[in-house]
Design a protein around this ligand. Structure first.
Ligand code: ATP
Ligand code: MG
Length: 512
């Protein structure tokens, strides 16, 4: 046993050179009101290695990493960096000690340029003490060249796609030249090609001897990029293995303590009449001549690369933006959907892909976030609403989706990423839509909850809802869709029936 006195002695002895581990944490506990997020957790990160962290939504992965990155202070626990005991008091403190974190929810300033975002509070200054914009541009260009990133440093971050924002975050973290890099679900908004790009960057950083913590819900990524994997469950540390020594099923078993076999259980249901009919829908410069039908009980998958216009079409259908020409009909009647309120009155629901920008109201609590669409909808219809009844339905939804929270009056901001996503899914399911549009519905959702959400979507379809599902995850598109519409650069390049669809065929149509 090590007494506190000897621990202090180690600390004053100074550096222990060439410790095998960059980072060692032990016995970390962290409680929030009503939740023990971490309970006696240990974690060690080697030099020149990629260490994956896996666990269900709410298992404590982000919390542990935020402790390591100086965002939270643990209630108990010891922390060694390069063999030396250390205490971090702020994210800046962590950065100065060589620890950088890319957060699960992106943190860039939309009204600042890419370059300004990356060098914020570290801008090169000229002799008068003002920001030296020439030097700023040059530094950014050099950083991007090193990482092989092609984004204009002068553009406002608000004008970038989610994927490009993600790349900027990654570049920013690398720019600190830290030797511990924490990536919290970095690929949730990236397509396969961009993921490959990120993996090249990670391999290069690894070769430089850096340690990378990689949080993900995607098994294939684990086996492609990780050297080691640690699994957490309910705030507890379950174990660490070499990635080569374990199978997908071993990991799932460690994560959830049970087997999950049925991943994409789309039921065969009779397909009904056309509910939504879209003809030559066009938004100049964004998408062109989009025509398709969706029937009751049908799940239409939309595949394509990020930037192919999939989300833009969904936004136009829901009245977030207005198409320049074309026609939308619901149950055979032409409708002019100029606003989301009109879309909702016509029985539509839309889960957006960007949880932070357009989905969650972070300052509101879970209940308020969940009942928002219903209250509005019912208000429009009937002019009154029973809040008690709505609250009861929200509680039912919480149980069905297994949202991990002590109660519904918790601020949504305090939920884990995957659990925030579940609240938003709940919000739209509560409206009992006839047309449900889902943009990347299971982003950031763990394997177990994913199966549950797929089951819910499938059940809605069998109740006669027409579902449109945009997804970048091939197994999800292939497993859930009755039909797949593929888009490329704002055009529909083809339709595939469930029986004939394959990953190769989708990629051929998506990449052209
Ligand atoms: N600031 C906070 N206030 C209150 N509770 C919190 C806070 N941050 C996290 N929690 C709770 O701690 C638990 C662990 O959350 P954490 O974000 O670490 O999970 P995670 O493993 O990263 O999950 P996910 O895969 O969904 O991102 C959850 O129950 C969460 O609601
Ligand atoms: Mg998380």
């Amino acid at each position: 046993m090590v007494s506190p006195v000897t621990m202090r002695a180690v600390r004053t002895m100074g550096a222990v050179p060439n410790s095998e581990f960059l980072l060692e944490v032990e016995g970390v506990r962290k409680a929030f009101p009503g939740v023990v997020a971490l309970d006696g957790v240990s974690f060690r990160l080697k030099r020149g290695s990629v260490h994956a962290l896996m666990g269900e939504n709410g298992a404590g992965k982000s919390t542990l990493m935020k402790i390591i990155a100086g965002v939270y202070t643990p209630d108990t626990g010891s922390f060694k960096l390069r063999g030396n005991e250390i205490e971090l008091n702020s994210p800046l403190d962590a950065l100065e000690n060589g620890i950088a974190m890319i957060h699960q929810e992106l943190n860039l300033m939309p009204f600042m340029t890419v370059a300004e975002n990356i060098w914020i509070r570290r801008e090169p200054k000229n002799v008068f003490g003002f920001v030296d914009h020439g030097a700023l541009r040059k530094k950014t260009a050099e950083l991007f060249a090193r990482l092989n990133i092609r984004i204009d440093p002068e553009i406002n971050v608000g004008d970038l796609s989610v994927a490009n924002r993600q790349m900027v975050e990654i570049a920013k973290a690398v720019s600190y030249e830290s030797d511990v890099l924490i990536m919290d679900e970095p690929t949730s908004a990236l397509t396969e090609r961009e993921v490959e790009h990120l993996f090249q960057i990670i391999r290069a950083l690894k070769a430089e001897g850096k340690g990378i913590v990689y949080i993900t819900h995607k098994m294939n990524e684990l086996f492609e990029i990780a050297d080691e994997v640690s699994v957490f469950r309910d705030g507890r540390y379950i174990g660490t293995h070499q990635a080569g020594d374990v199978t997908r099923d071993d990991i799932i078993h460690m994560m959830v303590g049970r087997e999950i076999t049925q991943m994409f259980p789309k039921e065969e249901v009779p397909i009904g009449d056309v509910v939504l009919s879209v003809r030559t829908l066009t938004l100049k410069g964004v998408f062109h001549d989009i025509s398709f039908d969706v029937r009751a009980g049908e799940i239409l998958g939309i595949a394509g690369l990020v930037g192919s216009g999939r989300s833009n079409v969904a936004e136009a259908l829901f009245g977030v933006t207005s198409a320049t020409s074309g026609e939308i009909a619901i149950n055979g009647k032409t409708v002019d959907i100029r606003t989301p309120a009109i879309a909702m009155r016509n029985g539509m629901a839309f889960l957006t892909e960007d949880r932070k920008d357009t989905g969650c109201f972070l300052v509101l609590d879970i209940l308020e976030n969940m009942q928002m669409a219903v209250l509005r909808d019912k208000y429009v219809k009937r002019g009154f609403v029973s809040e008690v009844e709505v609250a009861r339905e929200c509680e039912r939804m919480r149980q069905a989706l297994r949202i991990k929270t002590p109660d519904l009056n918790e601020r949504i901001e305090n939920l884990s990423g995957g659990n925030q996503q579940k609240v938003l899914i709940g919000r739209w399911l509560l409206t009992r839509p006839r047309i449900l549009i889902l943009d990347e519905p299971t982003r950031g959702i763990d394997v177990g909850a994913k199966a549950e959400i797929h089951r819910l979507i499938s059940q809605l379809a069998s109740d006669g809802v027409a579902v449109i599902m945009i997804s970048s995850e091939m197994p999800e598109v292939l497993g859930m869709s009755d039909r797949i519409m593929v888009m490329h650069e704002g055009h529909v390049t083809g339709f595939l029936d469930r029986a004939e669809a394959s990953q190769v065929k989708i990629m051929e149509l998506a990449a052209q």
